[in-house]
Ligand binder design. Structure first.
Ligand code: FES
Ligand SMILES: [Fe+2]
Length: 370
């Protein structure tokens, strides 16, 4: 969220984006080609796949990835496209393969590494060799327990690209956290409206009086304010200790958190599809998935320490329910924004100082879109 940091400036003349960025399907296609399909995309948590053969499917525009644990237990991603006649192999969003992956059309069969191990009748084809037809592999990385995939054939190096934040969240021990709840929301608004909404708290006093009472909207500072990673922290009001319905911590703070992290909540957007919110006792993250120019899906998960969840001693829903309410307020206003922006009466207007991160996001976005 947004505010006065001496080095942080609002670009002069920064305006909201033109209408076409929220309505034009050719621009959406460019977003897929130049942003989503050549960026590192957060695809959930590695704990979703615990055993060999377990898989989940991630669909993004025309593309689909099978993310799985191979026979050695390593995370792999393969294109969900049969090498025979291109058929999409897996339809279910998740499941477990026994030891192989079989296309439902003519039965070409692949092992968990993606190697073709069975292709009925193809031995009659001169020079046919299974070795030449593995599933196309998709780059995959794990960071802080999050899975990232990149559909590009030569993706930018993950560690280099993520270097500004790669060690930033170590105090939260996120790799050891597990979700207590994941909610999926369908939002009738362009995906960028969700990101832009997240990047400012200018709207908090009006739209989220409950949240504004916990973290005053002018109390905080940004420490990442250009490029693909944006955000900073907000302070709690006096007598408030976390973002929960009660305003109290819903369980003890995360074990390794430093004292200076405990009285703040940190919000970062990780372009193009991830939002991460670090609280003293839990971490919430969103992933955003475009679905046409005027729709998207948002998945939201709340991560806690395993022993806290297992103890059953705490009302962790205090956090989940508060943010579920706030999420719905945000999605609803984003839907109203979509409707207004679609009007021919809409025209871009200046961003305020409180919206400097939106101007920064738009700069990153336009540069990436080319
Ligand atoms: S298309 Fe997959 S086996 Fe024929
Ligand atoms: Fe909001």
């Amino acid at each position: 969220m947004k505010f006065k940091k001496t080095e942080e400036t609002l670009r002069k003349g920064a305006h909201t984006l033109e209408r076409e960025y929220y309505t034009n399907s050719e621009i959406l296609q460019k977003e897929y080609d130049n942003i989503f399909l050549n960026s590192w995309i957060c695809a959930g948590r590695s704990t979703e796949l615990s055993k060999s053969g377990e898989y989940k499917i991630v669909n993004l525009g025309t593309e689909s990835a099978i993310i799985l644990r191979d026979s050695k237990g390593l995370l792999k991603a393969h294109a969900n496209v049969c090498r025979h006649r291109g058929t999409r192999i897996c339809e279910k969003s998740k499941g477990t393969f026994s030891k192989s992956i079989q296309c439902g059309y003519h039965g070409w069969t692949y092992n968990l590494n993606g190697d073709l191990i069975g292709a009925p009748h193809m031995d009659s084809v001169d020079g046919f060799n299974n070795r030449d037809y593995p599933l196309h592999s998709i780059s995959i990385e794990e960071w802080e327990g999050f899975i990232f995939i990149n559909f590009d054939n030569k993706p930018v190096n993950f560690n280099e690209y993520f270097s500004p934040i790669i060690k930033k969240f170590t105090n939260w021990n996120i790799a050891d956290l597990i979700p207590i709840e994941t909610k999926s929301y369908n939002v009738a608004g362009n995906w960028k409206l969700v990101i832009q909404n997240y990047c400012e708290c200018y709207h908090c006093p009006v739209l989220h009086p409950e949240l504004a009472a916990i973290t005053p909207y002018l109390g905080g500072e940004n420490d990442l304010y250009s490029g693909p990673f944006l955000g900073g922290y907000m302070n709690f009001s006096k007598n408030k200790k976390s973002v929960t319905k009660s305003g109290e911590l819903c369980c003890p703070p995360l074990s390794n958190l430093k004292k200076e992290n405990i009285d703040k909540v940190y919000y970062y957007s990780i372009a193009p599809n991830m939002l991460i919110s670090l609280h003293p006792e839990y971490v919430m993250y969103h992933t955003v998935w475009p679905d046409g120019v005027n729709k998207c899906r948002v998945d939201c998960s709340w991560l806690f320490e395993k022993n806290i969840i297992n103890s059953n001693d705490y009302n962790l829903l205090d956090a989940v329910n508060f943010w579920d309410m706030t999420n719905k307020q945000d999605w609803h206003i984003s839907e109203l924004s979509q409707l207004g922006i679609q009007s021919k009466k809409y025209s871009p207007a200046p961003y305020s100082r409180q919206e400097s991160l939106l101007a920064a996001f738009d700069d990153y976005y336009k540069k990436s879109l080319k």
